[in-house]
Design a protein around this ligand. Structure first.
Ligand code: TMP
Length: 207
């Protein structure tokens, strides 16, 4: 039994993660693999309860470090209970966000810095990390306008533009690493989907 692959999709809110996640899932199934789609924070009963606390705008002022620790608490549960067992049984896992979001939002947005996140990552996850990370990128004004139209802003969406500029910059800085592919979602839907297809076909070819 071949181990499954762990793929994450990242980006600032409003870049088009949900639509493109469905595209990604379809493409991987087309390649003949079983796929499990999950998300962070969340993905387990415990993680979803932690998510509700993290996104609740009415929550008392939460310190950046508390926020970070909750993200990693939910993540540890997620990896042990859901992600690892699926990968071990040959299923491919796509997660809507993972540790890169902690680097971007808590490290960059909340300005905790990357060293703190890296230390916690090592402690909580050891060397477990995604095999492929797709970063969807769009200018912040456009993505925020998309994210906040039609629904009430959550605790993160209520942040100011400079917070999201820092978040975006961390995603782009990290994306110079080998496992990342950046896709500009300012292109047409067809162009974006064609790029995702290329990324997945190339990734599957290397297996
Ligand atoms: P979303 O999954 O609906 O995009 O929203 C989850 C929010 O949580 C989003 O604003 C990003 C934030 N987040 C962090 O700040 N750090 C993390 O590690 C993760 C996974 C998410």
């Amino acid at each position: 039994m071949n181990r499954g692959r762990f793929i994450t999709i990242e980006g600032v809110e409003g870049v088009g993660k949900s639509t493109n996640l469905t595209v990604l899932e379809t493409l991987i199934k087309e390649q003949g693999f079983d796929v499990l789609v999950t998300r962070e924070p969340g993905g387990t009963a415990t993680g979803e309860r932690v998510r509700a606390i993290l996104l609740d705008k009415e929550e008392e002022k939460m310190t950046p470090m508390t926020e970070l620790l909750l993200m990693f608490a939910a993540r540890r549960q997620h990896v042990e209970q859901v992600i690892e067992p699926a990968l071990a049984s040959g299923v491919w896992v796509i997660s809507d966000r993972f540790t890169d979001s902690s680097y971007a939002y808590q490290g960059g947005g909340r300005q905790l810095g990357s060293q703190t996140i890296a230390e916690l990552e090592g402690y909580v996850l050891g060397d477990f990390s995604p095999d492929l990370t797709i970063v969807l990128d769009l200018d912040v004004s456009t993505s925020l306008a998309r994210a906040t139209s039609g629904s009430e802003a959550d605790r993160f969406e209520s942040e100011h533009q400079d917070f999201f500029e820092r978040v975006r910059q961390v995603f782009l800085d990290r994306a110079s690493g080998d496992r990342y592919r950046v896709i500009d979602t300012g292109q047409t839907i067809d162009q974006v989907q064609a790029e995702i297809r290329q990324v997945i076909e190339a990734f599957c070819c290397e297996l």
